[in-house]
Structure formats: C-alpha cells, structure tokens
Design a protein around this ligand. Structure first.
Ligand SMILES: [Zn+2]
Length: 567
C-alpha cells in the first residue's frame, strides 16, 4: 500500500461523504434484519471440542524504536535451508518499554480498512471481528500496573506472569541479575508443541530477537540482551546467553521470518544490503557467526543448493528462515513491494511450510510495528500496520480450517491512544473532531494521552486543519510531553476461532491465553486429559488446495527475495 494513494483515497472520500448516513440505515428494518441475522449465527454456534491440530497466535505488538526515515533500497532476504544476511534500512533502538494493539486501535483500524475499501468505515468488519469468541485479557506485569512486552510475552506464551523486562523466567528472577535466571525458567507453549512433534514457527515485523518472539524460545533476565554486545561482563561470566544465541540453540524452530541480522554476525561485518552504513554492521563481540552455526546445525535437513524452492518442495523436514533487515523490518507503507515481504506474505510462507507436518504446527505471528507507530504518536503508521496485521489474519483464516486450527488474536498491552470528539460519519479516521475546543482551535479525533505529539506555540495548543492531520507524518497531539508515547494499562481483547475457542470468555489473566493453547493442542501440562483428534479429510484437502493456489505467488516473492542475496 502506498501512503500517498491511501491519503488520496481518504481525501476523496472525505469530500464525497462528509456526514454521510447511508439511506438504508434510516429504516428500522435494516437494523432489525441485520441483528436477526447475527442472532441466527450466534444461535448456531457449536463449540468445537476436538483437539487443535494446529495453533496460531497473532499478536499486535512491538519494541520501542525511533524511526530513521527509510531509504528506498532493495531488500534481499533468505529462505529455505539458508539463513542469509540481507536487509534494507533500520530503526534505531531506544531503551524502554514496548507496546501493542488496544481496542481503540482495533476500532480505528476497522474504520481505516473500511474507508480504504470506499465505505464509511465503522460498519465494515475486520477479519478478526469475524472470530466467534472473545475475552478480555488483564495485561499487568507482577510489578507494574502498565506492562512491557517482556513480562507479557512470558504470560501469554509461557502461562506465567512475571516482572517487567524479563522473558521466559518467573517473577522469582531479578532484572539484569544473570544468576537469578537459573531454576526460574518457564517454558513456552511453542517449545512444548515442538516436543509433542509439531512444527513451530515465528514470524514478526520486528527483529526476531525482540521481546515478544523471544518469549517463544528464550529465557533472559534482560530483554535487551539481543547479542553478547549488549550483555555486561558479569552476566557472560555467569553463563547467561544472549537472545540471538538462544534463538539458534534453545530449540529447533522450523520457520523464522523477520528482522535482526546484526545480532547474528561478528562485530564489524558489513550488512549485505547496507554495506555503506556502519550502524548496520554485525555487532557480536564474541566473533561468532550464528548464521553459519545455524546452517551447520540444520545441514541434515537441507537438500541441494541453498535456494528456497527445492527445500520447500522436496525436503523431508521443511524449514524456512529469513532475516530481512539488520534490525526491525520497515513500516509497511515504506516497504519495497518488489523485494520486501509483507506480514501477510510471511504468514502465508510460514503456513505453507508448517502445514506439511501431519502432526500439526504452532505459529506465532507478530504485527510488531503497530506499537512503534503509537510510540511515535503517528497514528497513520500504527493504523496502517494494524490493517496489514488484519490482512495477515484474513490470509491465515483462508488457508486453515476452523475444524482443526485454533487461532487467537490478541495484544500484549494497549496504548494511551484515544478516538473521540464526535466526528461525522464518513469523516476520515485521520480527520477532525466535530466542533472547536475551548481554546478556539480544531482538534483531531485521534489523540494520545502522552508522547512526542505534545506541542505549545506561544503558550497555547497549536490549531490543526485537515491538510495537516491527513499528512502520513502527522503526530497527533498529546496531553503530556514525552519522547516516546507509553503503553496503556487497560485490558486487551482476545479474539478466538477454532477448537476450544469458546473457552475464551469473560475477563481473564493474560496467562489464560497460553493455557488455552496448551489445553486445546494437548501439549504439556495437558497431555493426560487429551481431547479427541480432529476430523481429518475435508479440512486438510481444502487447506492443501488453498496452499497450492498460493504457491505461484510465494515462489515469485521468494525468488525476488533471494536474487539479491545470491549475488
Ligand atoms: Zn511499545
């Protein structure tokens, strides 16, 4: 999606439909008929109580970064049996907390997606809206009312709440104290699914060593220990390992797609895509090349040359790995469509590989840059990422069967992002609220409680017009000045579809997410009261047909990604 095109579309829609009320909505019969249809669907809902062969967890989240404006460069990647260096521009990491997709983000993204389709917006359902079951998840860390991504990933992936900034360890561990790791490790559902014979994968738009995906495979008392370069000497002496090393050695992950090359290569190794930018060089102080180590570790699974297509088609043990950026992947609106995979494309590629295992799979998919847009107080970036996240959910729903695949969509936490001001129906989601504020100025419907959008001109809040608010780089105003907008503390939604999805109900601790996944899939600790196997046949056949239909597209994308890397 090109930002300019979207802006134009939204602008046109704004002109055409300001204050629009669809005429059919004036008739009570419209609403009665619609509600009757929804009631009919609800009455026919049948809980699925057979085991989930497959589990997919979609997470709207991310790590705190400061955006460096992207360059328009190519982006080689790596797939198949080879973990190759590749990647375009990157973001600067800033220390601090990460964040996610709260309910206000879901609502605003729904309106944006509807408006991109030429509709007024709020009436048009997202893919995640069509999941039949819903719960609220309490996101707090044991030591913070408002959480970070490290403590929360431990909750929803390992099933145990813990402290802020630590991953895969219980609250008995202490931040930054390496020796408190040992004996306090907690294990993810993904790890347990692997032990049960399922294939497993991690897909993210952030670096794969980032807190949220790291919860699937790592144990660390400091979420920022991406490589040994970020670790203190004492932690190394005490035997703690950086997250990138754990990615390769803690467990065997069949699909790894995202960013994060720089943490895999020795310090000073030029990035193949940005050799001119020293900031993108490898950073490892121990001189290890984890890509080579990964390749050696997986040699037995690779057949033929290091090209993706043979491995996808012919290996008995399919694996697919690609790191497309030195750090996080770029915002979708800045993506080079000819060389950079979208989250939807990566999800599709992952499903193609993972679904070959007759014992099923566990897939974690993170739309990690929704969070980054919010931290920057640029709602355009957050919401366009949320729409792309929903597109990936739609693709996965299309490629899997509700009969044998439990799919959950949630966030690790919310943001201080609000949507208000009585805007007229049909107004662009990036438009103005109805009426003036008490200071005489206009204000946008989207605002932040705190963040870099805070501004004062001559002691007053600056006015804003539609030209300004519709700019893709516009920072929505904030009440409190902060360099980075913060996470929000309210509950987040969990959307659920598939076997045992109906267990997602009411208000739950975030740990419930992990336990429902483990129970539904009959993995530890729920192996003894295991559920009946799912029906076989039609769903698998439909799945394979869907995958085959998408193969041509995937081959095209993967080849494009590989070509630069092979030179
Ligand atoms: Zn964040």
């Amino acid at each position: 999606m090109q930002g300019g095109c979207v802006l134009l579309l939204l602008g046109l829609w704004l002109q055409l439909s300001l204050g629009l009320v669809p005429v059919e909505e004036e008739d009570p019969a419209f609403w009665n008929r619609q509600a009757a249809q929804a009631l009919d669907v609800a009455k026919k809902l049948q809980p699925i109580q057979t085991a989930a062969k497959n589990v997919i967890l979609f997470l709207g989240d991310g790590e705190c970064t400061r955006l460096v404006h992207p360059l328009s460069s190519h982006n080689p990647g790596a797939l198949g049996c080879q973990l190759t260096q590749a990647g375009p521009r990157d973001s600067d990491l800033t220390q601090g907390v990460p964040s996610g997709m709260g309910v206000s983000t879901v609502t605003a993204a729904r309106i944006l997606k509807g408006q991109m389709a030429g509709k007024p917006g709020p009436e048009t359902p997202l893919a995640m809206d069509q999941f039949p079951y819903l719960a609220l998840s309490k996101t707090y860390n044991v030591d913070r009312n408002v959480p970070d991504s490290a403590g929360t990933t431990t909750a929803y992936l390992c099933g145990v709440k813990t402290r802020m900034k630590v991953i895969g360890v219980s609250a008995a561990a202490r931040y930054n104290q390496c020796n408190t790791t040992y004996g306090n490790e907690v294990t993810s559902v993904m790890n347990r699914a692997k032990k049960a014979g399922k294939s497993v994968g991690v897909v993210t738009t952030t670096r794969v060593q980032h807190a949220s995906p790291a919860g699937a495979y790592a144990h660390t008392v400091n979420r920022n220990w991406y490589s040994d370069a970020q670790m203190p000497a004492q932690a190394k002496r005490e035997g703690c390992q950086d997250i990138a090393t754990q990615l390769v050695y803690n467990m065997d992950i069949d699909v790894i797609l995202g960013g994060g090359r720089k943490y895999m290569f020795p310090e000073g190794t030029p990035d193949p895509e940005y050799p001119q930018y020293g900031r993108q060089n490898g950073v490892r102080k121990d001189k290890r090349n984890l890509v080579q180590e990964w390749q050696a570790k997986h040699q037995e699974g690779c057949h033929g040359p290091p090209t993706p297509i043979p491995s996808l088609q012919f290996t008995t043990r399919p694996i697919s790995t690609g790191l497309f950026e030195p750090g996080d992947m770029v915002y979708d609106i800045f993506r080079d469509h000819t060389t950079d995979p979208s989250l939807e494309e990566m999800t599709e590629a992952a499903l193609l590989v993972l679904s070959r295992n007759p014992r099923g799979f566990f897939l974690f998919v993170e739309g990690g840059r929704i969070d980054h847009g919010h931290h920057e107080s640029i709602a355009y970036r957050a919401l366009t990422e949320a729409v792309m996240f929903d597109n990936a959910i739609a693709k996965a729903s299309q490629l899997t069967s509700e009969a044998d695949t439990l799919t959950l969509v949630t966030a690790d936490h919310s943001h201080v992002f609000t949507f208000g001001g009585y805007p007229l129906r049909g107004t662009s989601i990036f438009g103005l609220a109805d009426g003036k504020a008490e200071d005489g100025g206009s204000y946008t419907s989207l605002l932040y409680g705190n963040g870099p959008g805070f501004r004062l001109y001559w002691g007053s809040r600056p006015d804003v017009d539609e030209t300004e608010s519709m700019d893709p780089n516009y920072k929505q105003q904030a009440a409190v000045p902060l360099g980075s907008e913060t996470h929000g503390g309210e509950d987040v939604a969990v959307f659920a579809r598939g076997p045992w999805a109906y267990l997602m109900h009411g208000v739950q601790e975030q740990t419930f997410v992990a336990h429902v996944m483990a129970f539904a899939a009959c993995v530890e600790p729920y192996t003894t009261d295991c559920n009946p196997k799912p029906p076989s046949g039609p769903s698998d056949a439909a799945h394979q047909a869907a995958c085959l239909s998408s193969l041509a597209l995937l081959v095209g994308v993967l080849l494009q990604l590989l070509v630069p890397a092979l030179h």
